[in-house]
Ligand binder design. Structure first.
Ligand code: FDA
Length: 398
């Protein structure tokens, strides 16, 4: 029977990182993944350039039923430490907006970096290889049945990620294993995902597909309220773009979205002020404030009124119009689902894990790291930072 000090299932961001650190601590590590290619999610991330961390990542950027859980790991493995590793591997990077750090060239350089770290730790990798069953041994370890034969280990790390993008290897294996050992799963649902609307509701806006503009978007009530100032993108079936991906993680079915299409502007005041000095038609005035296609769409229900000049408009009309544009209430019918979601919310309940080592409080030697755990980051490099930080916490505790 094959043996290893540590078996890690899942060779994605968290699994590779954990393997490298554990291997370099002198442990014998076997990494197993069922996919043909290593770390496909890193490869496709950040539009192929991997937004590998966020300079400002902190606990406030994560969603979880147990928000304090991520604090310790994030504090012990900071974005600056990952940047130092990237620099040691001579990978060129740059900062985009809001602290998001990307590779200059390609995500492939992050994958190669992680593989070199694994090599330095003497990590063995079985890939592709299915894990057919896991059981605890009497001696207090685990025995795994795999497509390459049985393997015995003292420590098992589950790094199989979330359910998003099944066609590149995502599976619920980690959730099923957690349940097998008595762990509770916080109901998984797609996050960082475009939102859709009932076809009839969306028909008037479908022709705006491709249009993008900065907005403020909000949903829910305190303390679960989410609010973001980001770009919105109209699509054929609904809304996307960073603003909507961010808010989708806070949105629950049946909740309204509130959109302010002119954040930072008091449109009602601006229109009433314009009425004092300009003889423009209302429709033309709106072109000052909104992209033309959107202005036309907004004016359509006003009919003849939009062609009247500003001095001819009643204040109530201007205030009503501003209200619709700055407090637009929409009811999404759903999301684009795991096919398009960047992450999976929910996962292994963190109340049953050690925040210091990611080890199960139920089953000694069993650990969960990365996205399989109920810790989900915002859009912008936060999810990889959680993968690195949770993996490091785990590897140092093995
Ligand atoms: P990850 O998904 O990386 O790895 C899980 C591994 O487990 C996979 O290799 C899989 O094959 C394997 N596995 C699954 N089931 C298995 C089984 N039954 N047996 C064996 N192996 C199994 N985040 C970010 O911070 N910045 C970004 O730029 C992006 N961009 C981005 C784009 C897109 C399109 C997506 C879908 C996601 C992102 N993300 C992101 C999110 C980020 O990719 C994600 O949070 C991390 O990869 C999670 O790391 P894990 O190691 O936990 O899972």
């Amino acid at each position: 029977m094959d043996r290893a000090d540590v078996v890690i299932v899942g060779a994605g961001a968290a699994g590779l990182f954990c393997a490298g650190v554990a291997g370099q601590r002198g442990l014998s590590v076997l990494l197993i993944d069922h996919a043909e290619k290593v770390a496909e999610k890193i490869r496709i991330s950040g539009g192929g350039r991997c937004n590998f961390t966020n300079r400002d990542a902190g606990p406030a950027n994560f969603l979880s039923e147990n928000p304090a859980f991520c604090r310790s790991a994030l504090a012990r493995y900071t974005p600056a430490r990952f940047v130092a590793l990237v620099q040691r591997h001579r990978i060129a990077w740059h900062e985009k907006h809001k602290g998001q750090l990307f590779c200059d060239d390609s995500s492939e350089s992050i994958i190669q970096m992680l593989l070199r770290e694994c090599e330095a730790g003497g990590v063995r990798r079985w890939q592709p290889c299915r894990v057919e069953g896991v059981r605890q041994t009497a001696a207090g370890g685990f025995e795994l049945d795999t497509a390459r034969g049985p393997v015995r280990t003292r420590q098992l790390v589950v790094a199989t990620g979330g359910l998003s993008i099944p066609k590149i290897g995502a599976s619920d294996w980690g959730h099923r294993l957690a349940r097998q050992f008595g762990h509770r799963i916080v109901e998984p649902r797609p996050g960082l995902v475009p939102l859709t609307f009932a076809a009839a509701d969306w028909a008037p806006f479908a022709e705006l597909a491709g249009l993008a503009l900065p907005v403020r978007v909000a949903t829910g009530d305190k303390p679960a309220r989410g609010e973001f100032l980001e770009d919105l993108l109209f699509t054929h079936r609904g809304l996307s773009g960073p603003a909507v991906l961010q808010i989708s993680s806070h949105w629950r079915p049946g909740q309204m979205l509130e959109l302010d299409l002119l954040p930072g502007i008091d449109l009602a005041a601006a229109l009433r002020e314009a009425k004092q000095r300009s003889r423009k038609q209302l429709g033309n005035e709106l072109l000052t404030w909104l992209p033309a296609r959107l202005a036309e769409k907004v004016c359509a229900p006003l009919g003849e009124l939009a062609r009247r000049t500003l001095p001819e408009q009643r204040d109530a009309t201007l205030i009503g119009l501003a209200d619709r544009l700055q407090r637009w209430q929409l009811l999404p019918s759903g999301t684009e689902g795991y096919r398009k979601a960047e992450v999976t919310l929910g996962g292994v309940d963190t109340r049953e894990l050690s925040s210091q080592t990611m080890e199960s409080r139920r089953v000694p030697g069993l650990h969960f790291v990365g996205e399989v755990v109920d810790v989900t980051g915002w859009l912008g490099g936060y999810n990889f930072q959680w993968a690195w930080a949770s993996a490091q916490a785990c590897a140092l505790g093995l």
